[in-house]
Design a protein. Structure first.
Length: 234
């Protein structure tokens, strides 16, 4: 064995443990965050918005956002990339074309767009956004995007939801195997990912069918949040 491989071989199990340990925090966030559009199927935007505002008590407080969401996310992404960059020749990481890797890196394309338009841009205090507060940032914001920028919104929401859920299901299968020693079949994994993706997308479709209920001035502020990113100006 090449002595230079020892630190890398030692660090690889640590990186695996970090990736696995951070996953439950992200899964909890997904469960809360995706429950809102799913509930639109039965209660429309009113029920979705109520759950969204309630869920923020977990992941958008000063403590929750920093330590229950952003830190686990940073650990998860950094450990995954580090494993790919520094894996020893004897234990190469999964192919980039594997469902886990492909979905994960695809999510990293859509996620920054989502975070910027839905989390960062609304905090801009200058006109025309004028700092859309948390109480105003409900599913009327989503409806505005689906109404005014339909094809962009559908592509961005669909890409993000599907890639994140495929990555989550594939990752959960790997963690499950490390505990019980067996894995779900690829067909079962696809069914699970689809079983969650479909009601989320149907919820968004339900929202898109509703009329906009926000004040026209608020809708303009929502639109300004979205068009602050070039994707919505193409």
């Amino acid at each position: 064995m090449n002595p230079g491989d020892r630190p890398t071989k030692t660090s690889t199990p640590i990186l695996v443990k970090l990736a696995h340990a951070s996953a439950p925090f992200l899964s909890t966030f997904l469960l809360i965050h995706l429950s809102a559009p799913i509930l639109a199927n039965v209660g429309g935007s009113n029920l979705s918005s109520n759950l969204l505002l309630l869920g923020r008590e977990y992941y958008q407080t000063p403590f929750g956002e920093k330590y229950l969401l952003l830190t686990p996310f940073a650990i998860h992404v950094a450990s995954g990339i580090a494993r790919r960059l520094f894996a020893p020749p004897s234990k190469q990481p999964r192919r980039l074309t594997s469902p886990l890797s492909l979905a994960g890196y695809t999510a990293l394309v859509f996620l920054p767009i989502h975070v910027f338009t839905h989390r960062l841009a609304p905090t801009d205090a200058s006109a025309p956004i004028s700092a859309v507060g948390p109480a105003e940032l409900d599913y009327e914001f989503v409806k505005t995007g689906l109404s005014r920028f339909p094809w962009r919104s559908w592509v961005l929401y669909s890409g993000l939801v599907v890639s994140v859920l495929v990555h989550a299901v594939e990752g959960a299968n790997i963690i499950r195997a490390s505990w019980v020693g067996t894995r779900l079949s690829s067909r079962t994994r696809r069914v699970i990912a689809g079983a969650v993706s479909v009601p989320v997308m149907l919820g968004l479709w339900t929202l898109s069918r509703e009329p906009l209920m926000a004040l026209s001035s608020t809708v303009e502020r929502y639109s300004a949040c979205l068009t602050s990113l070039w994707v919505y100006r193409v």
